[in-house]
Design a protein around this ligand. Structure first.
Ligand SMILES: [Zn+2]
Length: 98
């Protein structure tokens, strides 16, 4: 679903648009977690509602996601938002084309 509210608005100016795009690139677009599975590397992967998949590592001190290691933690994160960088890239490619 294309986000027409972003493309149609001009009141922020170009600098504002660029800033927003950069922020979006950093954090990703929030998508709900639909399910989890373990990939061939033995890492947990979150399956997002958009169809993309993202590894969720618990690898302290760099990546802290202790919840991914417990069944209850994963259950609690179902339906929660995870920033999807793939969606950002897809949306940016879409914006570049138009
Ligand atoms: Zn996505």
């Amino acid at each position: 679903m294309p986000d027409s509210s972003v493309q149609g608005r001009t009141n922020g100016g170009l600098a504002d648009l660029v800033m927003k795009a950069m922020q979006a690139k950093l954090v990703g677009i929030p998508r709900k977690i639909a399910d989890f599975h373990i990939d061939e590397d033995g890492e947990w992967v979150a399956e997002l509602e958009c169809g993309h998949e993202h590894q969720v590592r618990h690898n302290p001190p760099w990546t802290i996601n202790p919840w991914i290691t417990t069944p209850q933690g994963r259950l609690e994160h179902l339906d929660r938002d995870l920033p999807c960088s793939d969606c950002c890239l897809a949306q940016q490619a879409e914006t570049d084309r138009t």
